[in-house]
Write a protein that binds this ligand. Structure first.
Ligand SMILES: O=C(O)C[C@H]1C=CC(=O)O1
Length: 98
């Protein structure tokens, strides 16, 4: 199942810089591992914002939920999830969309 996920990060300015840098490093490591596994298939920075637009390809909404909850920066994120399905005009084959 494909999901469009919009993540906006809001880290309080008074948090310890070393702690924040550690969270960001852990977030990057997990994000890249999920990308290598083919679960986090796209990640794009939203220009001008501390936000990203991502596509996840996972087995279920439950799996996506567990992944999002496990992100080190999750406590500082506003997350919007949109489930995606095949568009009837798409030339991509169904394998890619499911
Ligand atoms: O920077 C972000 O957009 C937040 C988060 C998502 C992946 C990652 O490495 O950090």
């Amino acid at each position: 199942m494909l999901f469009h996920v919009h993540m906006t990060v809001n880290i309080p300015l008074d948090l310890d810089k070393t702690y924040v840098d550690d969270l960001k490093a852990k977030e990057k490591e997990l994000s890249q591992e999920l990308q290598r596994q083919g679960k986090w298939t796209h990640i794009w920075r939203v220009a001008g914002k501390y936000a990203n637009v991502s596509i996840f390809n996972v087995a279920s909404a439950g799996e996506l939920h567990d992944i999002l909850m496990s992100l080190p920066l999750y406590p500082f994120m506003a997350v919007e999830v949109t489930a995606l399905c095949q568009h009837y005009s798409s030339v991509k084959n169904e394998e890619e969309a499911h």
